[in-house]
Design a protein around this ligand. Sequence first.
Ligand SMILES: Nc1ncnc2c1ncn2[C@@H]1O[C@H](COP(=O)(O)OP(=O)(O)OP(=O)(O)O)[C@@H](O)[C@H]1O
Length: 248
Amino acid sequence: MLEFRNVRFRYRKRPVLRGVSFTVPPHSLVALVGKSGAGKSTLFALAERFYDPQAGTILLHGRNTTELSRDHCRAQLALVEQDAPILHGTVRDNLTYAAPDATAHDIDRVVGLVQLTDLIDRLPGGLDSDVGDRGTRLSGGERQRIALARALLTRPSLLLLDEPTAQLDAINEAALTETLDSITAQCSVLVIAHRLTTIKNADRVVLLDAGRVTAQGTPADLLKTSRLYRRLASLQLTPPTPQQSSPL
Ligand SMILES: Nc1ncnc2c1ncn2[C@@H]1O[C@H](COP(=O)(O)OP(=O)(O)OP(=O)(O)O)[C@@H](O)[C@H]1O
């Protein structure tokens, strides 16, 4: 459903993507991994057509994105950033601001999908409870799931997710992994993955290094074929001690 074909991109004179090719098939979870500065966020910016590639092609549902309007491309995609904004107001306000016409049934469906039902049942005012200024009455994991639900209410065919780097506890991490699995029943997910659980559960991993895809395949394939991936995986399994914390 999304395909990058030999995409090259530079900011001014600085090459950032040097011939990137990969696909995100329908209903798949594809994890994008790589060191800081490898070009992961730039791929998202191109998918959303904040920029167009200087060479190569990006196809959305088989059509070259440069032949589609920006609005059309963006209507197919939903982005959830690392630190997705939570606004002052109620849970409902926060869920529906990008989809004001959402019905009660739509809201129930996404709330179930992202496992927010328990939270909403617990809140005295349910969906109409105030979340506090910028969501201070919610945990980090809850804020993240509200942002996911908000994105899903717009019915994207592809969710672009920049996974938070901040530590989530093991329960939240497991819940997020389950959530991502159920989201792929609705749409494809391309995730900039920082957690090993997400990477391990991906249908495909795309490893980006200095603007090139240096390995791609299932997590098991990459464990066999890519030294950088093994290194990345081992650092995430065992959090680096201060002596080990040099960049990959
Ligand atoms: N707007 C910009 N103008 C100029 N250079 C940029 C711009 N945005 C990013 N870059 C550069 O492009 C390169 C790739 O950046 P990008 O943000 O895509 O990497 P990343 O893999 O997402 O990194 P991180 O994991 O740290 O977010 C970096 O060297 C960055 O400094």
